[in-house]
Every structure is written in C-alpha cells, then in structure tokens.
Write a protein that binds this ligand. Structure first.
Ligand code: AMP
Length: 426
C-alpha cells in the first residue's frame, strides 16, 4: 500500500508520502495526503527505505507518537519488512482530525521543501501550475483581474472522470482562464464515512487536466490546498467537536441526501464559501448529478451575495446509463452492469409522468425498475421534489416540473455497499 501511494504532488511538496524520522525519540511520522500517521519505528529502518523517503530532523515538543496516539504503539512497525496494516492506519486516520496539527505540519513542510526540491522526478513535473495556498491563488487572480480576464472555477474532490471534464470544458468555453480545485473536503464526511479511502490519484488528475481541448487550450491552474490551508484550526469529523465558522443553508440541507448525511451540506456549503472567497471566480461549475448540491449552492451564492454565477452541467453517464462517479471505482463489473436499472428507472419516471402527475405513481415506476436487480431494502429513497425549494411533492405541476432523485446502496468489490445517487428532471 505504501509504495503504491508514493506519487508526486507538487514542486514544493512532491510526494504524497513523506517519511519523517525523529531521531531523538525513535518515533516515525508518515505524512500522507495531508494526514499524519504516527507509529514507532527504529530510525535505522527509516534510513533503509528507498530514495522517495525524506528523512527530516525536526524537534517535536508538543507532538509525540505516544501522546498523540497511544493506541498506535501496539501496531507499530518493528522492522522495515513489517508495515502497519491498512486497518491500523485507517484507525489512526480517524483519530487525527481531533488534533490541531497545523503548527507541526508547517514546520515539517518548511523543512521538507528544501530537501525535497531536488528530488522531484522530471517526468512528474506538469505544465499546469499547481497552487497550494490561498495567498498564491489571490495573487494569480489579481493579475488576471488587472488584465480584465475572466475566471471559471470547477470545484472537485479529484479522482477525475469524464463527468468532471465536462464541467471543465464548459468553463474553458466560457472563461478566459479556468481553475480546477482538487480538495477532498473532510467536513462533508461523517466519522463513519469513507474519507480515508476516498479515491485519490493526483498524477492522473493532472494528466487529464493537462490534455488540451480542440482549441489547443488547457486548464490554467489547479488549486490543491492541504487540509490545514482550508481549515487552519483543524477539522474534527465529529460536528459536535467542530469550532469556528461554518456555513449552513437551512431548509435545503436536511431532506433527501441531508437526511442520510446530516453534516454533508454544511461541509459542502462551508468549503464552497471558502473557495468562492479565495478565488472570486466570475463563474463556478457544478454537476446536475448532485442535484441537491446545485440547489444548496445556488441559494448560498444568492443569500451570501457572492458575485459568481452558478452554472449547472448535465450528468455524464456510462454507455449503459450509470451516472459517472468517483465512487464507481468501488463497484464490481457485475454491479456496474446491474446499476443500469437506476437510470432505466428514472427514464420510466419520465414516461409515467407524461400520463400521470402523481408522485406516488412516478416513485412506484422507479422502485419497481430498480428492484429488477437490487433489493428493495437497499433503495434508501426515491423522492419527487420541487426544483427550487426541494419541497416534497404529491403531484407534479406540469408547468413547474420537478426533480426525481434517489439513492441506492449497491454491492461493492469489498463485500460492502456503495451508495449511488442519481436524478432526473421532469
Ligand atoms: P466531486 O469530485 O464528486 O465532488 O464532483 C465535483 C463536481 O463534478 C460536482 O459538481 C459534481 O456534481 C460534478 N460531477 C460529478 N460526477 C458528475 C457526472 N457524472 N456528470 C456531471 N457532473 C458530475
């Protein structure tokens, strides 16, 4: 797992995997995609690791392996051939957000920058400018502003696919410059959700974004901040422990996805606010695939008087109709094929609606189609809602239309379930 994870991140902080030996304490820190894993290790083992490991001397007075994470000492690495299990690392991961590690990270980054600069492999360097801090983005933005150039922002969590790229293309068509943000936002994940295992492939993302479009244009800038840049005071996943400024769009965040994921839209609204404040784009792009998110964000922009215009881009689908999603990577081939019934169900909703405006009948059509391949109990919801207020409807007014949206838990390749969401506009 560790070796595979060793990929380049940026000229300043080139590896998503850093190895920090604290010589005076025989403790080791691993930095991995913004997260710190701490466990006990002999420095000699660290020194024997291949050249992608950086050995940095730093004095950690406030943070030691035992004081931060006593649980990890038992699963520590005794020799270099025994890496910690994924389970123990994920356990550590889940504990970490409760600690404010920003000062430590800053020290480590500062120390790593010099040592790391010479180690960036040539092939890993990208033509796309990668910015890590709000200050860098502001300075880039200021320059464009003085030239009178417009900016489109495409917020993503990475693991890019053709659906994301459609948003990118829309932005490139409509703006002088396009910025894609790649940030797996912790505050929208509950402690029980898949933050640790959420698909991440920064190199592949950059490669896709560097590909030029038909007009020989490519994305101008990627903003890929580290967690402490966006949450300088730390971000525990447990909402009860979160302190500071957060944004909630009341009335639109509690139903549908919000019922199953109560902190999700607070996390989304908060991170989108931060991005809009930092980037101040003329236009910002979201996918119809996450329809409730589009409604929440439009309202956020309106109520908090942001100057950006929200553009919603149609859902991109596989050939069989399955909506593209980063989490589709969790699915088996069989489930991917079976999941075609989800879009088929939504198309049936449209057919029923042409003859009958009752929400009950529309929902019945969707549920019975999905039940051809999946257990009915795994259908979390199928709802018919107003497009603007998300109010649940009993009858669809033909002049106003509605959204039919759903979530289904389908079997994944890890023997568990993955939630798929989708929707269609009536
Ligand atoms: P994510 O990285 O999943 O947070 O998605 C970033 C943006 O891409 C969001 O605005 C999503 O709605 C959008 N998006 C994700 N999947 C698709 C898709 N299949 N079609 C269109 N937009 C999508």
């Amino acid at each position: 797992m560790w070796r595979e994870s060793c990929t380049s991140q940026s000229p300043n902080f080139p590896y998503s995997f850093l190895f920090l030996a604290v010589f005076d304490r025989v403790h080791t820190l691993l930095l991995f995609n913004d997260q710190i894993y701490v466990y006990i290790c002999k420095p000699a083992d660290a020194l024997e690791q291949p050249r992608f490991c950086f050995i940095v001397q730093a004095r950690l007075t406030a943070y030691t392996a035992t004081s931060v994470l006593p649980q990890t000492s038992r699963t520590g690495m005794a020799s270099r051939s025994r890496w910690p299990s994924t389970r123990s690392v994920l356990h550590v991961f889940n504990l970490l957000p409760s600690y404010n590690l920003s000062p430590l990270l800053r020290t480590v980054r500062h120390n790593c920058t010099v040592a790391a600069a010479a180690e960036v492999p040539e092939s890993r360097k990208s033509a796309i400018q990668i910015l890590r801090t709000a200050a860098e983005v502001r300075s880039w933005r200021r320059e464009l502003l003085t030239k009178g150039l417009t900016v489109g922002l495409v917020p993503t969590m990475g693991a890019l696919h053709a659906g994301h790229m459609r948003l990118v293309q829309s932005s490139m068509r409509m703006n002088d410059a396009t910025m894609v943000s790649i940030f797996v936002n912790p505050s929208q994940f509950a402690p029980t959700e898949d933050l640790a295992s959420y698909p991440r492939d920064f190199d592949a993302d950059i490669e896709q974004l560097a590909a030029q479009d038909g007009n020989n244009r490519q994305v101008d800038v990627v903003f890929a901040p580290h967690v402490e840049e966006m949450y300088p005071n730390g971000i525990p996943l447990d909402v009860a422990e979160q302190k500071g400024a957060f944004v909630t769009v009341h009335g639109l965040s509690e139903q549908l996805e919000g019922r199953i994921r109560p902190q999700f839209f607070r996390g989304v609204a908060t991170v989108v606010s931060k991005l809009l404040n930092i980037v101040t784009p003329e236009r910002v792009y979201f996918g119809q695939k996450d329809v409730q998110q589009t409604v929440v964000v439009k309202r956020l922009v309106q109520d908090l008087c942001y100057g950006s215009v929200v553009h919603v881009v149609p859902t991109s689908r596989d050939a069989n109709g399955l909506a593209l999603s980063s989490r589709n990577a969790y699915l088996t081939e069989q489930t991917r094929q079976d999941a075609a019934v989800i879009y088929k169900g939504l198309q049936n909703a449209v057919m029923v609606y042409r003859q009958n405006t009752s929400a009950e009948k529309i929902i019945e059509a969707v549920v019975s189609t999905i039940a051809e391949k999946f257990d009915k109990e795994e259908i979390e919801y199928v709802c018919v809602n107003d497009k603007d207020t998300l109010e649940e409807l009993e009858t669809v007014h033909p002049l106003k239309g509605a959204i039919v949206s759903l979530a289904v838990r389908v079997p994944n390749k890890f023997g568990g379930k993955t939630r798929l969401i989708d929707n269609i506009v009536l």
